[in-house]
Design a protein around this ligand. Structure first.
Ligand SMILES: Cc1cc2nc3c(=O)[nH]c(=O)nc-3n(C[C@H](O)[C@H](O)[C@H](O)COP(=O)(O)O)c2cc1C
Length: 247
């Protein structure tokens, strides 16, 4: 396995700091939008060979996580979480990975949100880490298990106070009438938990872990002949089965 030695040439988050987006209304944009069909990258920053990868995909994920953080990629722990709604429709959104280990990949959210409702009905998910600047992608599928009250409380206590209050204020995924209504909900939460008062975990907030049954590691290669290695197993007592997928 080739690891990236440094993040040279990769645009770091800080490079964008201080640059603001234009505040023009959407309908007065005079700029011709770029043509996405003309956008092309030539990949080849790393490769993936069966002989070089560990038997346990978690070790490869950990090594790649070191690489992506080292390369200065913005929000390296952001992952797309796909779930299936109770009506059987796919839904995807970004969440932040907040921990990982042999028992799965952890994230936190509102349990009453659309994703919480989906996971209650169908506790399965897919994850995608889209690490474009280092031309790598990691995909995971698996069953989803709710974290214990103690695990949730432990993590919630580490959040900044304003995020704790935001969790109380936001009826995540519900329709709200206006920004003002949202601000009023935050003010009510601030009043309920004044400075100096510890903010408890909201009743409809929690965490989950995705227990992988497949992991796919993708490394961009020239000519679209990318490397794709998939690990899969049907039970956690089984060894992982490694296979190469066509790009
Ligand atoms: C970079 C990024 C990180 C995010 N992290 C989280 C997160 O950790 N937890 C969360 O509930 N929402 C997070 N969100 C917001 C979600 O994408 C989504 O808007 C929200 O959870 C509601 O999704 P739902 O209505 O499908 O349940 C994040 C969004 C972005 C862009």
């Amino acid at each position: 396995m080739e690891l990236l030695a440094s993040g040279a040439g990769i645009l770091a988050h800080d490079d964008l700091a201080g640059r603001t987006l234009p505040a023009r209304p959407w309908n007065s944009n005079p700029v011709q939008p770029p043509d996405p069909a003309a956008m092309r990258e030539r990949y080849g920053r790393s490769s993936l060979v069966e002989a070089d990868v560990p038997a346990d995909p978690l070790e490869l994920f950990a090594a790649w996580f070191v690489d992506v953080v080292g390369a200065g990629v913005a929000e390296p722990n952001a992952m797309v979480l796909a779930t299936v709604s109770p009506q059987g429709r796919p839904e995807a959104r970004t969440v932040l990975l907040k921990g990982y280990g042999g028992d799965g990949l952890r994230f936190f959210t509102h349990t009453s949100s659309a994703k919480g409702v989906a996971l209650a009905a169908r506790p399965v998910a897919a994850l995608v880490f889209p690490w474009h600047p280092i031309e790598r992608q990691v995909r995971v599928t698996g069953e989803v298990v709710a974290l214990s009250v103690a695990e949730v409380a432990e993590y919630f206590a580490t959040r900044p106070r304003e995020s704790q209050l935001g969790a109380w204020a936001s009826p995540q995924s519900e329709v709200v009438a206006s920004r003002e209504d949202l601000d009023r909900l935050l003010a009510a939460a601030q009043e309920r938990f004044p400075e100096g008062v510890e903010v408890p975990v909201p009743p409809s907030w929690g965490g989950y872990r995705v227990v992988p049954d497949t992991w796919e590691f993708w490394a961009g290669r020239p000519g679209r002949m990318h490397d794709r290695l998939r690990y899969r197993r049907t039970a956690s007592s089984e060894p992982w089965h490694l296979e190469r997928l066509a790009p």
